[in-house]
Write a protein that binds this ligand. Structure first.
Ligand SMILES: [Mg+2]
Length: 263
């Protein structure tokens, strides 16, 4: 039986799926077991198109019932719920440009474009695909290797990033600009290849605004400080309701332990 006002939120990349890949059957089965007990939410920095690419096979016939799941893309600033036709439909969305103002928004875009040009000149070892900067309504995503990068291109970027700490360094200089111009935004590492920039407070804790009075649980793989799961992890940690996992296999263990704890 589904327990009232209880929801288990999951990050997507690295938690439910390998980064930018499709969900595997072990996770689908675990989510199906979980859906018999509580509501499920997917809270990711990605937009709905990536959730569809990576998660939709979970909702095939015989899989996780669509009605058991809310999808919360862009850190939960968008919320998709199930319609009567068993499809996901946008229920609400927030708007970053309105929140911080056009001038600040343009400064951020300018920073990303300048930094992109510098990386192109200074890092011949990094391949570049396309769509380096993407506005998603509620956050700005800067991905130096490009959102269109394939797995090999992503890996090449990750190697350079690990060696030269590129994302941390650019995040630090972006934070100086933000401070200097008093732009009310936060910069966080998004996934393995991006920086996410969003209005202060619009991290994944935004998802909690959709569930006032609910008992909320969360599992994610980037719960270290600076990671895009950190704020939500911290918000629920003292209640013992957040889980820092390292692999999708660990997510399955967390789900099964959680189900056992319910009885
Ligand atoms: Mg993740």
């Amino acid at each position: 039986m589904i327990q009232d006002k209880k929801i288990f939120l999951f990050d997507m990349d690295g938690t439910l799926t390998p980064p930018r890949e499709q969900v595997e059957s072990g996770i689908v089965k675990a989510l199906k077991r979980l859906a018999e007990h509580v509501k499920i939410g997917i809270v990711t920095g990605s937009d709905m198109d990536y959730v569809e690419q990576q998660m939709m096979r979970a909702f095939d016939i015989g899989g996780v019932p669509v009605s058991a799941v809310d999808i919360l893309p862009c850190n939960g600033t968008k919320k998709y719920i199930t319609t009567k036709a068993n499809r996901f439909a946008l229920e609400s969305e927030a708007n970053m440009i309105e929140e911080i103002g056009e001038e600040h928004y343009r400064s951020l875009i300018q920073f990303c474009c300048n930094a992109q040009s510098t990386i192109i000149v200074e890092h011949p070892e990094i391949p570049f695909s396309g769509t380096f900067v993407q506005y998603r309504g509620s956050l700005l995503n800067w991905c130096p290797v490009g959102r269109a990068a394939d797995l090999g291109q992503r890996e090449a970027f990750i190697r350079s990033d690990e060696k030269e700490d590129l994302r941390h360094r650019y995040a630090a200089s972006m934070r100086s600009l933000i401070k200097e111009r008093a732009i009310p935004v936060t910069v966080a590492l998004g996934g393995s290849t991006s920086l996410d920039i969003y209005p202060n407070g619009w991290d994944k804790t935004y998802a909690l605004r959709h569930y006032p009075g609910w008992e909320v649980y969360f599992a994610g793989d980037r719960c270290e400080k600076g990671g895009n799961d950190w704020h939500l992890y911290e918000a629920l940690k003292d209640l013992g309701r957040s889980f820092h996992i390292k692999t999708t296999e660990e997510t399955i263990d967390v789900i099964d332990n959680f189900i056992s704890s319910l009885s």
